[in-house]
Design a protein around this ligand. Structure first.
Ligand SMILES: NC(=O)c1ccc[n+]([C@@H]2O[C@H](COP(=O)([O-])OP(=O)(O)OC[C@H]3O[C@@H](n4cnc5c(N)ncnc54)[C@H](O)[C@@H]3O)[C@@H](O)[C@H]2O)c1
Length: 254
């Protein structure tokens, strides 16, 4: 049996929950040693217990550049370098349309969802092993607008621009960096559909029915960080059951 990530060292942020948890488990199943990083310490310990000896935890606040460096230092001490990084931590927060959005909430989105990725990429660039791969989680809200949360959409659009713009710098060090853009997937972030975000089930125009799961997204992340995706760099990969591929006009009339 071939393991896609045999003996690779992998950093996963947002690993305490949802997509990060699912990806960390899949990375370990494929043979990786995983550094689980998150601000949620209790959640981290629970995921570490699930994975067992292939995982260790590192407290991380993505808004603090030093905090990233501490996790990367620990990985370098253990493994010499970082082979894989999944920068996935993120924040959705309250749904505030443009009229009610204030500067404090806008800043919070930019600090966690965009600047948090910037700090991660800056810390990783010199630390990546040759042949390494970074994947960053944006969103379909990084490709089209989200009237319910313009601040989230602005930050996620920024993530895609940032990753595309630093792909050459990673390639110069023989590493790759890509973005994944999930549509609505069933995780604590969207709270069982209570966030006001449309889910695949609630959108008649989604070509594939059924809810997206964290596992669906984790499978794409596994492929992108593996050598099978060795010629894939600097791209945004949408995983949304076809949501953005079709346009169905709103019904006309009463
Ligand atoms: N669930 C969806 O429908 C969906 C859709 C598109 C994109 N995303 C993105 O996927 C990623 C993962 O989200 P999820 O759905 O698994 O949500 P989640 O809430 O289950 O997980 C997010 C994780 O990020 C961590 N986090 C938040 N702020 C942090 C900080 N400052 N420092 C470190 N960790 C922090 C949280 O503690 C949590 O464990 C996010 O970037 C999110 O924006 C989610």
């Amino acid at each position: 049996m071939t393991f896609l990530l045999h003996n690779k060292s992998a950093l996963v942020t947002g690993a305490a929950s949802g997509i990060g948890r699912a990806a960390a488990i899949r990375f370990a199943q494929e043979g990786a040693q995983v550094c689980l990083a998150d601000i949620n310490r209790a959640g981290l310990e629970a995921v570490a217990d699930e994975i067992g000896e292939q995982a260790f935890t590192c407290s991380l606040d993505v808004t603090d550049a030093n905090s990233y460096q501490r996790c990367i230092d620990q990985m370098q001490e253990r493994f010499g370098a970082v082979d894989i990084a999944f920068l996935n931590a993120g924040y959705l927060g309250p749904m505030e349309g443009f009229e009610s959005l204030d500067a404090a909430l806008f800043d919070r989105h930019i600090n966690i969802n965009l600047k948090g990725v910037f700090f991660g990429l800056k810390a990783l660039l010199p630390a990546m092993a040759a042949g390494g791969s970074v994947v960053v989680t944006a969103s379909t809200a990084g490709v089209i607008g989200l009237a319910e949360s313009p601040a989230y959409a602005a930050a996620k659009h920024g993530v895609i621009g940032l990753v595309k713009s630093c792909a050459a710098a990673f390639a110069a060090r023989d590493s790759r960096v890509n973005v994944i853009c999930p549509g609505a997937v069933d995780t604590p972030m969207i709270g069982g559909g209570n966030s006001g975000i449309a889910t695949p089930e609630s959108l008649p125009r989604v070509p594939l029915r059924g809810s997206g799961s964290a596992q669906h997204v984790a499978e794409l992340a596994v492929w992108l960080v593996s050598s099978r995706a060795g010629f894939v760099n600097g791209q945004a990969h949408i995983i949304d059951a076809g949501l953005l591929s079709t346009f169905v006009p709103a019904p006309v009339g009463p």
